[in-house]
Design a protein around this ligand. Structure first.
Ligand SMILES: *Cc1c(COP(=O)(O)O)cnc(C)c1O
Length: 388
C-alpha cells in the first residue's frame, strides 16, 4: 500500500544546527565511527551537566536503556514489575525479556499517567520495582510514587522517552527515580533518528551499567587503565550508538532550549484555537501537569467516542492532515495477556485509549499549519462528520 501524502504530516524529522557538520567531523577529523567516541562523551557530559544526573550513558534507543535497567536489577523469572498499561510496548517488553511479569495498573483520567493511589495494592512479595511513564511529557506524581517505593524497598525507573527536559518541582524528569530512560527517536523532541540514554541517579549501578553496555566486558575499566586485561565479566549486550548518531545528537542538544520553546509555542497556539471548541463540549483538552514545566512533546485531544475518533481521523486524512492514536492497552494485547497481568480494574485505560487522538506536532510546524488543523476540526464538528 502506498502511503498517502499529507499536506500536514504527523511528524517531520528536522535539523537545527551543525548536525551534518559534526557527522563530517566524526568521519574526517575524529576518525572514530564506533561507539563511545568523542561525540558520545560530549553528549553524556551535556546530559550530566544539564539534568544533574550522576551519570548519563548514551544508548541506541530508549528500548535499550529499559533493557539495561532490567539487566541491572537482576530480574529473575516470576519477579514482578509494576507499570501502566497505557504505554509503548518497550516499557513492558524490556522486563518480560528477562522473564519478569509486567503488572499493569490503571491510569488517572487527567494526566493519563499511572494512578499513584493504586500502586500500593498491586505490590506482592514478588514485586521488585515500579516503572513510571511520563505521558506526553507530563510528570507522574513522583513524590507519592517514591514514598511507596521506599516503604517497600523497590527501585523506580522512569520511562522518560517523551519527557526529556520536562520538570517536576524544579528537577528534570528521568533524574527522580533510580533510573531514567530517554529516547531520541525521530518522533521525540530531540532526535538522532534512533537514539536514547540511560540516566543513573546514584553511583551504585555505574560500573555494572558500563559492563552491560559493553557486551558484558570490562572494556571501559581497561581503557581507563583500571584493569590490565579486558574480558567477559558478566551478561550484557551491545547497547552503544555509533558516533555518527552521537554527532547528530550533539548538534540537537546544543539547541535543546530553542526546540522546547518552539514546541511549547505550538501547544500554546493549539490551546488558544481549540479551547473554544472544547468549551462547546466537542472534545476534551490535554492536561500538562501542575508541578513543573512541560517539554511541549505532544498535543492530543480526547474525543467523545471511539467511533467519533475513527471518523475524525479519516476526515482529517481527507483534508491532508495526519493525526494518529495510541496505545492499544498492553494488558489487552496478545503478548500482554500472555506475559503480564492486571492489578485491579483497567477502566480508565480502556475508556481513554479509545478516545485519545494526537494532532500533528513537529519543530518546523508553523502557526498557519496549526490554524489549518484547528479549522478542519471545527468543520468536522460543525457537520463534516455527517454521512454523505
Ligand atoms: C518512544 C517511546 C519508547 C521507545 O523509544 P525508542 O527510543 O524508540 O526505543 C518507549 N517508551 C515510550 C513511552 C515512548 O514514547
Amino acid at each position: 500500500m502506498k502511503e498517502p501524502q499529507f499536506r500536514i504530516p504527523f511528524n517531520k524529522p528536522f535539523i537545527v544546527g551543525k548536525e551534518l557538520y559534526y557527522m563530517a567531523e566524526a568521519v574526517m577529523n575524529n576518525r572514530h565511527l564506533a561507539g563511545n567516541g568523542p561525540f558520545t562523551k560530549l553528549c553524556e557530559k551535556w546530559l550530566e551537566q544539564i539534568t544533574g544526573c550522576s551519570r548519563a550513558l548514551l544508548t541506541h534507543s530508549c528500548t535499550a536503556a529499559l533493557e539495561m535497567v532490567a539487566i541491572l536489577c537482576d530480574l529473575k523469572p516470576g519477579d514482578e514489575v509494576i507499570m501502566p498499561s497505557f504505554t509503548f510496548v518497550s516499557t513492558a517488553n524490556a522486563f518480560a525479556l528477562r522473564g519478569a511479569v509486567p503488572v499493569f495498573v490503571d491510569i488517572t483520567s487527567d494526566s493519563l499517567n499511572i494512578d499513584e493511589k493504586l500502586i500500593r495494592s498491586a505490590i506482592t512479595p514478588r514485586t521488585k520495582g515500579i516503572v513510571v511513564v511520563h505521558y506526553a511529557g507530563t510528570a507522574c506524581a513522583m513524590d507519592e510514587i517514591i514514598d511507596v517505593a521506599k516503604e517497600h524497598h523497590l527501585w523506580v525507573a522512569e520511562d522518560a522517552a517523551q519527557a526529556f527536559l520536562s520538570t517536576y518541582k524544579g528537577r528534570y524528569l528521568g533524574t527522580l527515580g533510580d533510573f531514567g530512560c530517554l529516547s531520541f527517536h525521530e518522533t521525540k523532541n530531540i532526535i538522532s533518528g534512533e537514539g536514547g540514554a540511560l540516566l543513573l541517579n546514584s553511583e551504585h549501578f555505574l560500573e555494572k551499567a558500563e559492563i552491560i553496555r559493553e557486551k558484558g566486558t570490562n572494556r571501559g575499566a581497561f581503557f581507563r587503565g583500571d584493569v590490565d586485561k579486558y574480558t567477559w565479566v558478566s551478561t550484557g549486550s551491545s547497547f552503544l550508538p555509533g558516533e555518527l548518531i552521537a554527532a547528530f545528537l550533539y548538534a540537537q542538544l546544543e539547541h535543546a532550549e530553542k526546540i522546547g520553546e518552539a514546541r511549547r509555542n505550538l501547544i500554546g497556539k493549539y490551546t488558544e484555537l481549540l479551547s473554544p471548541l472544547a468549551d462547546r463540549g466537542w472534545f476534551a483538552m490535554p492536561f500538562f501537569g501542575e508541578h513543573g514545566v512541560c517539554n511541549g512533546h505532544m498535543f492530543y485531544i480526547i474525543t467523545r467516542s471511539l467511533h467519533e475518533r475513527t471518523n475524525l481521523i479519516s476526515y482529517l486524512a481527507n483534508n491532508g492532515i495526519s493525526a494518529v492514536f495510541h496505545y492499544i492497552p498492553l494488558h489487552s494485547s496478545p503478548a500482554g495477556r500472555k506475559l503480564g497481568r492486571t492489578a485491579g480494574s483497567m477502566r480508565v485505560t480502556e475508556e481513554l485509549s479509545d478516545r485519545v487522538l494526537r494532532l500533528p506536532m513537529y519543530y518546523e510546524m508553523t502557526f498557519e499549519e496549526v490554524e489549518t488543523v484547528a479549522r478542519a476540526l471545527e468543520r468536522f464538528y460543525l457537520g463534516g462528520n455527517k454521512p454523505v
